[in-house]
Design a protein around this ligand. Structure first.
Ligand SMILES: Cc1ncc(COP(=O)(O)O)c(C=O)c1O
Length: 427
C-alpha cells in the first residue's frame, strides 16, 4: 500500500481554522449550550453558514420566480445560475436536472421511469444500497414482473466488487442501480469500471447511481462515469434539509414520468420551485471553489470545484489516517485494546471518511450513549434498523457505532475523539 497516498494531506492550520469558522456549531450544541464534537455528518452534515443564511434571505422573498415583476425575474436568474452550478457538480453537459423534497424521492422516480418503460426481464442492484434505491428497485420490478438480482458485498473492502455486479448483468437487464459510497463502511465503489464492464455486456444498459454519501467527500464526473441517473442531498453536503437533487441523461429524461403536459418532454420539475433551496446550493459551490482557489489559478468554475473537492478529500483522508493510526497525542483506533474497526480496508484512497467502530465491552447502542455523555455525537447502525439491516447482515455484523466527521474538523477533534474512545473501551 502506498503510504504517501494513504496519509492524505491536511489543510494548513490557518485554512483549517478559517474553514471551521465558516460552519455553524462545529464545536458546540446550541440547544444544550455545551461543547461537543459532531461526528454524525453522514446523517446530516454541519451547515455552511453562507448556505444557511442565504436560504433564509431568499426565503423571505414572496416573489414567484415564474412571474414578471423585477424581483421575481431576479429570483429566476438566481435559480438558473444554481442549475448551472448543479451541472458543475455533476459535470453534466446535457440531460435534465430533477429536484424534489428528498434524495429518496428523486431516486424512486428515476428508477420508476426506467423500470416501467425500458425493456428487460431483470434489474440488478447490490446488498449495500440505502433502502431508497433498493426498495424502489424491488417495488417497481415487482409491479412490472422483473427479476431482482442483488450483488454481494465484500467484507474485506466494505464495498462491492466489479465482478460481483458484472456476473449479474446480461442483455436482458433493464436497469443497474448501485451506490457510489457506502453510508456504513465508507467504501467507495469502482464506479468507472463498473460502468465500463457492464456496458461491455450490454452497451445501452441504463445505470443509476446513488451518490448521496459520496458527494460531500469527492468530485463527481459524469464525463468519466456516464450514467442515466445520479442524485445527492444538500443536507448531507453542508447545506439545508428539504431538498433532493438528481440528474437524468437525455434518454432517461424523455421516458414517461410525472409532468405537466404542456412542458417539454425532458422536463422533470413539477410545481413551484423554491429559489431559497437553489440559492443555498450555489453557496455550497462558491465555498468549494473558494477552497479550490487556494490551490490553483484556474478561472474555470468546474476546475475550481474539482480542486476544492480533491483538497477536501485529501484533508479527510489525513484525518482518517490519524484516527486509525493515532499520533504522539493519542492512540489510534487500530491500536486501542478492546476497540475494533469493522471493514477496515487498508487503501484509504478508496474510502470516504465514514467509520464503523465496535467495542468488546459494550454494545454499539450503549457506546453511542457513552460518547454523547462525553460530548461526542455518533450514531448506532444496528441490524434491527430498516436503514442498515441488509448491509450489516451482508457483512455478518450485528451493529456498529458509525463515526462520520467532516472536513471542517481538525486534528484536535480527532485526538479528543480518540481519548474519549479509549475511556469508553475501559469502562
Ligand atoms: C446512501 C444514501 N442514499 C440515500 C439517502 C436518502 O437521502 P434522503 O434522506 O435525502 O432521502 C441516504 C440518507 O441517509 C443515504 O445515506
Amino acid at each position: 500500500m502506498n503510504d504517501k497516498i494513504n496519509q492524505g494531506q491536511l489543510f494548513d492550520k490557518q485554512l483549517s481554522k478559517e474553514i471551521k469558522e465558516l460552519f455553524y456549531h462545529v464545536d458546540e450544541d446550541p440547544i444544550l449550550n455545551k461543547k461537543r464534537i459532531f461526528f454524525d455528518n453522514a446523517g446530516g452534515s454541519l451547515r455552511l453558514k453562507k448556505a444557511s443564511d442565504m436560504f433564509k434571505k431568499m426565503d423571505e422573498l414572496p416573489d414567484c420566480p415564474e412571474h414578471s415583476n423585477h424581483t421575481a425575474k431576479w429570483l429566476l436568474d438566481v435559480q438558473e445560475k444554481a442549475y448551472e452550478d448543479i451541472r458543475t457538480i455533476f459535470n453534466a453537459k446535457s440531460g435534465s436536472i430533477a429536484t424534489s423534497l428528498t434524495a429518496s424521492m428523486v431516486i424512486f422516480e428515476m428508477n420508476r421511469a426506467i423500470i416501467e418503460s425500458v425493456p428487460g426481464t431483470n434489474v440488478v442492484t447490490t446488498a449495500l444500497e440505502h433502502p431508497s434505491a433498493y426498495d424502489s428497485m424491488v417495488s417497481y420490478a415487482k409491479r412490472t414482473g422483473k427479476e431482482v438480482r442483488v450483488a454481494r458485498t465484500n467484507p474485506v473492502t466494505g464495498g462491492v466488487d466489479v465482478s460481483e455486479i458484472t456476473k449479474l448483468v446480461d442483455k436482458d437487464t433493464c436497469l443497474l442501480s448501485f451506490i457510489y459510497a457506502s453510508n456504513i463502511s465508507g467504501a467507495v465503489l469502482d464506479v468507472e469500471n463498473i460502468i465500463k464492464e457492464c456496458r461491455k455486456i450490454k452497451p445501452d444498459l441504463y445505470i443509476v447511481v446513488d451518490s448521496v454519501q459520496h458527494t460531500p467527500h469527492g468530485a463527481l464526473d459524469l464525463e468519466k462515469t456516464p450514467v442515466d441517473g445520479i442524485n445527492f442531498a444538500p443536507y448531507k453536503f453542508f447545506g439545508t434539509r428539504g431538498f433532493g437533487i438528481g440528474f437524468m441523461s437525455e434518454r432517461a429524461a424523455r421516458l414517461p414520468h410525472n409532468k405537466l403536459i404542456a412542458k417539454p418532454e425532458e422536463e422533470w420539475e413539477l410545481g413551484s420551485p423554491a429559489p431559497a433551496q437553489f440559492a443555498s446550493v450555489s453557496e455550497i459551490i462558491n465555498y468549494v471553489c473558494w477552497i479550490g482557489e487556494k490551490f490553483t489559478d484556474s478561472k474555470s468554475r468546474r476546475e475550481l470545484y474539482v480542486e476544492g473537492m480533491n483538497r477536501i478529500n485529501l484533508h479527510e483522508r489525513a484525518l482518517m489516517y490519524r484516527m486509525l493510526n493515532g499520533s504522539d497525542k493519542a492512540e489510534g483506533l487500530r491500536n486501542i485494546k478492546g476497540v475494533k474497526v469493522y471493514l477496515d480496508y487498508e487503501d484509504l484512497s478508496t474510502r470516504d471518511f465514514i467509520m464503523a467502530v465496535g467495542f468488546d465491552n459494550i454494545e454499539s447502542t450503549q457506546a453511542v450513549k457513552e460518547y454523547e455523555k462525553r460530548g461526542v455525537i455518533t450514531f448506532e447502525r444496528v441490524a434491527s434498523s430498516l436503514y442498515s439491516s441488509r448491509m450489516l447482515n451482508s457483512f455478518g455484523i450485528e451493529g456498529v457505532v458509525r463515526v462520520s466527521p467532516l472536513h471542517c474538523h481538525d486534528v484536535n477533534d480527532i485526538d479528543e475523539f480518540l481519548k474519549v474512545t479509549k475511556e469508553i473501551s475501559q469502562l
